[in-house]
Design a protein around this ligand. Structure first.
Ligand code: UDP
Ligand code: MN
Length: 398
């Protein structure tokens, strides 16, 4: 361009030649310059159209650059959005770990080593529930999700009704399976005398009249018959689990969903530390409860499980009890002897430590929590007196 500006009017041909020697964009500019020269407008003509052309090209370039830039911005933002979504989708499980725990997993999550001084697992890998090895919230969440519901059976016949029932029920409302639907099935020969208890939502009480057996041993043993019949006629339609309790006890601490299992037995507070040869199994070979050796000594004050398991337990024990009666024998500890035999043959899937039924007169070194305690025994006053059994049985209460 500076060459063009130096041309004079007599130098138009030279200018054209010069233009021809220049190539590309500059050539175009110089050709313009030749046109201007031919119109003899050489003093100041060339720089104006050249300048305009140059500016318009610069504007075009700038426009193209802007378009390219905008396109780049759009593509980058689209890419980033896609990547961000992908990134989030990929990393979400890492940042918020979701552990899917099922009912079957619950007992596998126990911390068996948390209690070194006591046995926390049986030979057949059933857990023994001691304070410290389980996490209450895991059990509660899974059982709530699975809509677990529990039937509790308790017998209060004769003087046991006034002596124990109210304390048992009131304390159960504070500690037994809190958060789950519960029905208390109270069996008595005097339904009208069952105390009124305040019940939390989703907790119910049903009183069922039963015959009063003349012997306390039969009151205790024939519970198996009543439990089996009621599971069949009602409980199995309403409840996933059944727990059977003696009435002469008081809840003191959490007795929750961790205690539920397929079939649940309780370690007897007086025997869990003793060597096996001191277990008081029935040693009479004539009884169906007879056994020489066993795993543990279980306490019949509490047993439970799925309704199917509890029905099987009750049916088997009842059949043995009836067979013994036919053979005119009675097992040493009545239903408890038959229960021990049953659990020797059919291993329970879960054992409750004696925390779940503790005798406060014992040394409590291993017992960090007392969940349920024995009420004071007063057999002489409370059990059916001998002379009463001979009298009119149907009116023989209190
Ligand atoms: N039972 C009852 N009335 C009686 C005897 C027994 O209601 O006259 C019931 C009651 O639920 C009691 C259970 O049967 O808890 C077992 O009897 P007990 O508690 O006397 O036996 P132990 O625990 O002393 O072996
Ligand atoms: Mn008892």
């Amino acid at each position: 361009m500076s060459a063009s500006l130096s041309l004079s009017s007599g130098q138009s041909e030279q200018g054209a030649a010069l233009c021809g020697a220049i190539s590309g964009e500059e050539r175009e500019t110089v050709e313009d310059c030749a046109v201007v020269v031919s119109r003899e407008n050489i003093l100041f003509p060339r720089d104006r159209p050249l300048k305009r052309r140059t500016i318009s090209m610069q504007v075009r370039r700038l426009f193209c650059l802007c378009c390219l830039f905008m396109l780049g911005v759009c593509l980058t933002s689209l890419y980033m959005r896609k990547e961000t979504h992908f990134f989030n989708a990929k990393t979400k499980p890492k940042s918020v770990p979701v552990t899917v725990v099922t009912m079957n997993d619950l007992d596998n999550m126990l911390n068996y080593k948390a209690r070194s001084a006591v046995q926390t697992q049986t030979d057949w890998k059933a857990p023994i529930m001691w304070e410290g090895i389980w996490e209450p919230l895991d059990y509660d969440r899974i059982h709530t999700d699975n809509k677990t519901s529990v039937a509790l059976t308790v017998f209060a016949v004769g003087r046991y009704l006034e002596a124990y029932l109210e304390t048992f029920l009131v304390s159960a409302e504070k500690h037994f399976m809190i958060g789950l639907p519960v029905m208390y099935y109270v069996f008595t020969e005097r339904p009208d005398d069952v105390p009124q208890i305040d019940l939390a939502p989703h907790r119910y009480l049903r009183v069922i009249r039963v015959e009063r057996h003349s012997r306390w041993q039969d009151i205790s043993m024939m519970r198996m018959k009543t439990i089996s019949e009621l599971i069949d006629s009602e409980m199995k339609y309403l409840f996933s689990h059944v727990f059977c309790f003696d009435v002469d006890q008081r809840f003191m601490g959490r007795f929750g969903s961790e205690a539920l299992g397929e079939s649940v037995a309780l370690l007897h507070a007086h025997y869990y530390k003793l060597p096996k040869n001191r277990f008081t199994y029935d040693r009479n070979p004539k009884s169906k409860a007879y056994m020489e050796i066993g795993d543990y000594y279980y306490h019949a004050a509490i047993f439970g499980g799925s309704w199917e398991s509890v029905k099987a337990i009750a049916d088997a024990c009842l059949a043995s009890i009836i067979e013994d009666k036919q053979n005119d024998v009675e097992a040493l500890w009545h239903d408890e002897s038959h229960l021990n035999k049953y659990f020797w043959i059919h291993k329970p899937s879960k054992l409750l430590s004696p925390e779940y039924c503790w005798d406060m007169s014992l040394n409590r070194k291993d017992i960090f929590v007392t969940r349920l305690i024995w009420a004071p025994k007063d057999y002489n006053r409370l059990r059916v007196p001998k002379e009463e059994t001979a009298a009119n049985k149907s009116t023989a209460h209190l």
